[in-house]
Design a protein around this ligand. Structure first.
Ligand SMILES: [Zn+2]
Length: 149
C-alpha cells in the first residue's frame, strides 16, 4: 500500500482538475449528447438564433454556470453561438437575455428570449438522441458529424 502513495497523490491532483476539465475540455459532454442537444435546439443559438446556416460555430452553454454548481445535464445546457457564449460570462440567464435583446435590436423582448431559452432546455432529448446516433453512423464518427455543422 505504501507503494501507492505516489499514485494516490497523482490521483488527487487529477481529481482536483477534473471539474474544471469537465466544463472546459473537449469531452466534458459526450459527443453524441452534444450533437443531440444541437439537434434539439434546431442547430441554432438559443439566445440570438444564429444558426449553422449563417456559418455560426455552435457551443454549449450552461444555464446555471458550472462554476456555480450547475451540472452537465441536457436540461442545464442549451446550444449557444461563440458570440453569446463569450458575451455571457457568468451572468445570470435573465441579465444576459437583456443584453441579447439589446444587441439583436429587432424588437424581441428580454422575456421572450428568456422564455425561449428555458423552453429549449426543457424539450425532450429522446428523439434527438436517436437522430444523433443515425447521423454519427452515417458520418462514421461524432466528430465528423459535428465538423459538418
Ligand atoms: Zn448567439
Amino acid at each position: 500500500m505504501m507503494k501507492n502513495e505516489t499514485h494516490k497523490t497523482t490521483g488527487n491532483k487529477m481529481m482536483k482538475t477534473t471539474r474544471k476539465e469537465k466544463s472546459q475540455g473537449m469531452n466534458w459532454c459526450a459527443q453524441a449528447t452534444r450533437l443531440a442537444i444541437y439537434l434539439r435546439d434546431g442547430l441554432a443559438c438559443a439566445y440570438c438564433g444564429a444558426s449553422v446556416e449563417d456559418g455560426t460555430k455552435l457551443t454549449l452553454d450552461h444555464l446555471k454556470p458550472y462554476s456555480k454548481g450547475g451540472d452537465n445535464s441536457p436540461t442545464n445546457l442549451v446550444t449557444c453561438c461563440h458570440r453569446c457564449n463569450s458575451a455571457r460570462g457568468n451572468r445570470p440567464v435573465r441579465t444576459f437575455c437583456k443584453a441579447v435583446a439589446g444587441y439583436l435590436n429587432h424588437g424581441t423582448t428580454t422575456a421572450e428570449i428568456e422564455k425561449h431559452v428555458r423552453n429549449t432546455a426543457k424539450r425532450s432529448l429522446k428523439q434527438c438522441r436517436i437522430e444523433a446516433k443515425e447521423l454519427i453512423a452515417r458520418r462514421g464518427s461524432a466528430a465528423r458529424a459535428l465538423a459538418s455543422m
